[in-house]
Ligand binder design. Structure first.
Ligand code: FE
Length: 201
């Protein structure tokens, strides 16, 4: 008990290091494998993957239909799959309906399309308030939604992870799929922001 009390006072980094050295010492993890994973999630896997999925759905209505029907399979068509992405459900924003994702229990998040979750996503305040008062919290995060917009909050779990398909902004009709992908932000795919056309705030 003494150890636990002491440990809980240490900064999280120290506790993580302590845990890591025990796991390495006992040959339960390989530091090389761990470094490869960390590098992969920092450099190769992130919101740019999800942005490609969204842009494709915006320009290809058949792909969009498939994506809403079978998120995991349609996302895998673009090569994005792996841990924490075994069951991805895509929820579509429409005029009058806004979707936002949360994990009330911990920090479940669709890694293959969004990478690792930002700190605020793991914050207990975000996790509880997004369920209790989503409109107020979204407004504090910079997204003002009209009173008549229905907000759907999706609680992720270890089984199902969600991805928001944001609305394509007006004024982007002439943009290519690649250019459109450049507009799509992580926050828009979590549902705490909308996508803006270039030059719009
Ligand atoms: Fe979780």
């Amino acid at each position: 008990m003494t150890f636990q009390t002491e440990a809980s006072r240490l900064p999280v980094e120290l506790r993580t290091e302590a845990l890591e050295s025990i796991l390495v010492e006992r040959n339960l993890v390989d530091t090389k494998v761990m470094d490869t994973y960390i590098k992969m999630y920092e450099q190769d896997i992130g919101p740019m993957n999800g942005a490609k999925v969204v842009a494709k759905a915006w320009v290809d209505s058949q792909y969009k239909a498939r994506l809403l029907e079978d998120g995991t399979g349609s996302i895998a068509e673009l090569g994005f799959k792996g841990p924490q992405g075994e069951h991805i459900v895509v929820v579509e924003n429409k005029p009058g309906t806004h979707n936002v994702i949360v994990c009330t229990l911990c920090s479940c998040y669709p890694w293959p399309v969004l990478g690792l979750p930002p700190t605020w996503y793991k914050d207990p305040a975000y996790r509880s308030r997004m369920v209790r008062e989503p409109r107020k919290l979204l407004s504090e995060m910079g997204l003002e939604l009209d009173e008549d917009v229905d907000i759907q909050v999706w609680d992720s779990s270890s089984e199902v992870r969600y991805l928001v398909l944001p609305e394509r902004p007006a004024g982007t009709e002439d943009m290519s799929e690649e250019e459109l992908a450049g507009l799509v932000t992580r926050d828009a795919m979590v549902g705490v922001a909308n996508v803006s056309a270039p030059g719009q705030a």
